[in-house]
Design a protein around this ligand. Structure first.
Ligand SMILES: NC(=O)C1=CN([C@@H]2O[C@H](COP(=O)(O)OP(=O)(O)OC[C@H]3O[C@@H](n4cnc5c(N)ncnc54)[C@H](OP(=O)(O)O)[C@@H]3O)[C@@H](O)[C@H]2O)[C@@H](O)CC1
Ligand SMILES: Nc1ncnc2c1ncn2[C@@H]1O[C@H](COP(=O)(O)OP(=O)(O)O)[C@@H](O)[C@H]1O
Ligand SMILES: [Mg+2]
Length: 284
């Protein structure tokens, strides 16, 4: 099991080229935020924008439009009932689905649209409610594309059938293989020591982070950061590991002077940290 260090950031976060435009840093769609959980998709969006996604769009309940745009004017919006959603999904590089999505009929409809429209070249990050929905119905797992699953331990219990005390590395990997037979997929199993697994034998543990991050929205923010990293850099074990590490590093910086780590405060630290670790690489 590889223990992550700051080296992962310098390896993944590359300097931006002068001759580039927003399209070079990825098109990211975030899907989630029902009438009760609008905050979740807004926090995921703040994670994504601050982690550098080139273009960010949000498919959510209409009720969240004003709140979203007043906080994040960088994000584009689509009502998740809009008939153009399938078309928009097909244009994206990466789709993050689940923060605040809920599990009602509308949520299932949205997941079904996603599952049937994802193409081979795209990556889908499934988090929160999306994981609960696929636990209930495996047909809702997108049929094509690369996958990243980001459960916390209870979501993983629902998905894998492994009770939390039995979530050992061996058992996690076996359950992950069973679930995603033959697919290109990465599992980010979140806890106070998040573990990352792929199906080729890579395993990493994140030793940083803090209990100030035990607050609603921390995971939603991480889902956005992971989406932005894949959109800008690539889909790889290292890229996803770097996103996990950066999230905790930003959390640790906020925690130095604060009893709790508000997810929105964590997101604000991301651009400066990305600059710092990218600049380090250039000096080497
Ligand atoms: N502001 C917003 O809009 C927010 C909206 N949100 C949205 O809410 C939706 C539901 O997501 P959820 O994660 O809140 O609920 P759920 O899946 O039931 O998990 C909680 C259960 O799991 C257990 N548990 C055990 N181990 C655990 C662990 N390591 N980490 C975490 N939990 C652990 C835990 O145990 P207990 O607390 O009982 O000890 C409890 O029984 C989803 O769409 C999400 O995006 C939230 O993101 C918050 C901010
Ligand atoms: N005690 C802790 N120490 C370190 N990291 C933590 C701790 N508690 C929570 N986290 C991190 O916060 C995030 C919580 O994710 P999640 O439970 O999905 O939150 P939410 O759904 O409320 O956004 C994970 O990235 C997890 O690693
Ligand atoms: Mg969560």
């Amino acid at each position: 099991m590889q223990e992550l260090t700051a080296d992962i950031l310098s390896r993944v976060i590359t300097p931006r080229k002068s001759h580039s435009h927003k399209g070079d840093y990825g098109r990211l769609l975030l899907i989630g935020g029902n009438e009760n959980y609008g905050g979740a998709i807004i926090m995921a969006t703040e994670g994504a924008i601050n982690a550098g996604a080139g273009l960010t769009a949000v498919a959510t309940h209409l009720i969240n439009l004003t709140a979203l745009h007043s906080r994040d004017p960088e994000a584009m919006f689509i009502d998740w009932r809009d008939q153009h959603l399938p078309e928009l999904i097909r244009k994206m590089d990466v789709i993050v689905c689940g923060p605040g999505l809920g599990v009602n009929l509308q949520a299932k409809k949205v997941m079904n649209i996603l599952a049937t429209n994802v193409t081979e070249k795209q990556t889908v990050v499934l988090d929160a409610s999306a994981l609960d929905l696929i636990s209930q119905d495996h047909q809702l797992i997108p049929a094509k594309g690369k996958l990243v699953l980001t459960p916390h331990q209870m979501e993983w219990q629902r998905l894998s059938g492994l009770r939390i005390p039995f979530q050992t590395d061996g058992a996690n990997l076996a359950a992950f293989k069973d679930l995603l037979l033959g697919r290109e997929a990465i599992l980010v199993l979140k806890s106070n020591q998040t573990r990352i697994y792929d199906l080729f034998g890579h395993q990493a543990i994140n030793p940083i982070g803090n209990p100030g991050m035990a607050i609603g929205g921390s995971g939603d923010t991480l889902a956005g950061i992971i989406g932005a990293f894949i959109a800008q850099f690539d889909y790889s074990f290292d890229t996803i590991s770097a996103a996990v590490y950066l999230h905790s590093l930003a959390g640790d910086i906020v925690y130095k002077d604060n009893y709790v780590v508000k997810p929105t405060a964590l997101s604000k630290r991301l651009p400066e940290l990305m600059k710092k670790y990218c600049a380090k690489e250039r000096k080497m």
